[in-house]
Design a protein around this ligand. Structure first.
Ligand SMILES: [Zn+2]
Length: 142
């Protein structure tokens, strides 16, 4: 699949302009390409409690699931294949640790994440991650 990184970066920059960031003044936008060719976006949404703040990638993952065709509702496939995260000025940002974990379940370790030095697989940004295989392996019989 050809990835149009300039389109993804532009989509991320556009949605960054819609961010709600009155406390940090750091607007962030994220855009992801799905395996079936959809582009989903999210922006950060801050909260006076700070602990309830949502990163842009949280909104992106929610949009990924919310925009699935009816027959794919609740499915993990098609997954994200590429993600760009940018600040309000368009500069690339790396996802925080929590969002790397969220993106792992939405795209797997091969998900390409745009960085200032170019796209890198998510597995390089989140090595030895906890995932659903760990959960399945350690679940007590019910
Ligand atoms: Zn985050």
């Amino acid at each position: 699949m050809k990835i149009d990184w300039s389109h993804l970066r532009a989509a991320a920059a556009d949605v960054a302009g819609r961010a709600y960031a009155p406390y940090s003044q750091l607007r962030v936008g994220a855009a992801g390409l799905t395996g079936d060719g959809r582009v989903v976006t999210g922006c950060n949404v801050e909260n006076a409690s700070f602990g309830l703040t949502l990163c842009a990638e949280c909104g992106l993952v929610s949009a990924l699931h919310a925009s699935r065709p009816a027959g794919q509702a609740g499915s993990a496939e098609p997954a994200l294949v590429a993600v760009a995260v940018v600040a309000g000025d368009g500069a690339a940002l790396l996802p925080c640790g929590r969002c790397r974990q969220l993106l792992l379940e939405a795209g797997g370790p091969g998900l390409l994440v745009d960085t200032a030095r170019g796209p890198v697989p998510l597995g390089e940004l989140l090595p030895a991650a906890f995932d659903n295989a760990d959960l399945s392996a350690r679940r007590e019989p019910g």
